[in-house]
Ligand binder design. Sequence first.
Ligand code: MD6
Ligand code: FE
Length: 217
Amino acid sequence: MTALFADLEETLPEGAALFRNRLSLAEQHAILDEVEHVIAEAPLFRPQMPTGPTMINSLTNCGPLGWISDRRGYRYEPTHPATGRPWPPIPQAVLDCANSLTRQAGLGDYAPDACLVNRYEASGKLSLHRDFDEADFKWPIVSFSFGNDAVFLLGGMKRQDPTTTMTLRSGDVLVLGGPSRLRYHGVRRIRPGTSPIEHGVMPEGGRINLTLRRARP
Ligand code: MD6
Ligand code: FE
């Protein structure tokens, strides 16, 4: 498949929907201002993976629950592991956008209770994984991209299945739901110098991704 075709939304499998340029630059800036507040209250950290090494990207959370990892495994917790304080609320603009999208994607109404904030440096990446720590996979995941382009891989139900490569750009929103909810996916690399927007909360050459989830039934 050529890069041209790999970028077409029409080629995405059922349950996956990519809304290109869904957020204007002004909307992106407003959401990044909110993310800055989230990070001030719940500092970014680089968790340890259950297998030992530290994750490459730093993360934090907002919402009633936050995703964390340590030697005991992956799970959702109501408080920040370092500060012990509850995670700050999910920005309303993020909730509103996600809800209109899941309806438009035919996935119904959405009541997320967790929002993972991932911050990539220019050398950041994310290995192939499935989002598997939530109680009920009937709920979609909605992912917002900010900053530099990410080379995103969307695979199948097995790790070895072939992957489609697509570029996630600043302002794009990706929904993984329905039969695509448990597809393997990852970020092969970031393309520094491609960001249409600058914000103090993003590292130079880096990227911010928000993924909204419903963690509890
Ligand atoms: C990222 N995204 O774009 C990582 N997970 O930086 C994810 O891991 C992801 O985009 C579930 C659903 C959509 C995603
Ligand atoms: Fe994921």
